[in-house]
Design a protein around this ligand. Structure first.
Ligand code: NAX
Length: 327
């Protein structure tokens, strides 16, 4: 039988971790024929809570779960890892400026990048979920020079799924009918959920909804959905975020269907005027275990302005972490 795939999850004792770990253990991350070994990373104060989660994982008696190990040292947690899910991050506390937030996260993602560089498996794939996800991924990547750039990604799949759900509701069709929706830019309120190329049942979505709905309803609803969830639940999105992380990795490994794409923040090669090296969301396809930016799309003026605005924010974040010496 196949050797287990090592999956490292950081922030394992947090709320996304709690939703994510059971789905990984049940085989939804990699498939129903792939055994997994979990490596949980937490800060020392949260190791006990992670141990509690590990007890519950044991109690699930998951046929595909080959074991769970808990660490408070990134070097150990990423040793031999094939899939690294970087969920734990420093949240913004009251009165914290954006620069302080980036700096605090640099203290987390720099050593994690170094540990991935030093000890991860040759085929490692990294997904950063912890916010600010794109720039945290940029920091980790810049400290892992021996890992190919295309192994570092950040999550905009939740935004993509939110966009699918809103469109399905508006058009009165199942999400399975929707194709070629895309999230561009930063995983933040500046993100651009685009339907410029999107289709439903072979028709153009842009012809079926009016521009005012797109601008005043759809785009802000998707971009501000995280805040709406906090307002309703009193807690930030967790199960939906875990679900999107599962989707992101499953697609990365198993591919996108012909005639469709998905969204992920990947290292820019300069496509669509996005500066090379930035980790920005694009429409992507996956094949043979690689995400690739969809090429050759015509970008209309509305999309151009929205993409540029979100990319400008990413450039600003990159410049800030550069000045702080974090990349
Ligand atoms: P929680 O605060 O519940 O859990 C975070 C966990 O990370 C805590 O247990 C904490 O001890 C741990 N942690 C902190 N520093 C660590 C370190 N250096 N090494 C290992 N573990 C560490 O947050 P949760 O709700 O689980 O959210 C986790 C992250 O996901 C947050 O940054 C959040 O903003 C981000 N999100 C990103 C989303 C996306 O679409 N990209 C959507 C959901 C979510 O908001």
């Amino acid at each position: 039988s196949q050797a287990p795939v090592n999956v490292t999850v950081t922030g394992a004792a947090g709320q996304i971790g709690y939703a994510l770990l059971f789905r990984i253990a049940s085989g939804q991350l990699l498939g129903q024929d792939v055994p997994v070994k979990l490596r949980l990373l937490e800060i020392p104060q949260a190791v006990k809570a992670a141990e509690g989660t590990a007890m519950e994982l044991e109690d699930g008696a998951f046929p595909l779960l080959a074991g769970t190990d808990i660490f408070d040292d990134p070097k150990q947690a990423f040793e031999g890892t094939n899939i690294a899910l970087l969920v734990g991050a420093r949240p913004r506390s009251k009165g914290m400026e954006r620069g302080d937030l980036l700096e605090a996260n640099g203290g987390i993602f720099k050593p994690q990048g170094e540990a991935i560089n030093a000890g991860a498996a040759d085929d490692v794939k990294v997904l950063v979920v912890g916010n600010p996800a794109n720039t945290n991924a940029l920091i980790a990547r810049s400290h892992a020079p021996d890992v190919p750039a295309d192994r570092f990604t950040a999550m905009t799949r939740l935004d993509h799924n939110r966009a699918l759900a809103q469109l399905a509701k508006k058009l009165g069709v199942p999400v399975t009918e929707l194709k070629k929706v895309a999230i561009w830019g930063n995983h933040s309120a500046t993100q651009y959920p685009s339907v410029q190329h999107a289709e439903f049942g072979g028709k153009k979505i842009a012809d079926a909804v009016d521009q005012a709905w797109l601008e005043n309803d759809f785009i802000p609803t998707v971009a501000k959905r995280g805040a709406a969830i906090i307002e309703a639940r009193g807690l930030s999105s967790a199960a939906s975020a875990a679900s999107a992380a599962i989707d992101h990795v499953y697609t990365w490994v198993n591919g996108t269907p012909a005639g469709d794409w998905t969204s992920a923040a990947v290292v820019s090669d300069g496509s669509y005027g996005v500066p090379e090296g930035l980790i920005s969301s694009f429409p992507v396809t996956a094949k043979d275990g690689k995400y690739e930016i969809v090429q050759g799309l015509e970008i209309d003026d509305f999309s151009r302005a929205r993409i540029d605005a979100s990319v400008a924010e990413l450039v600003e974040e990159r410049d800030t972490v550069q000045k702080l010496g974090l990349i």
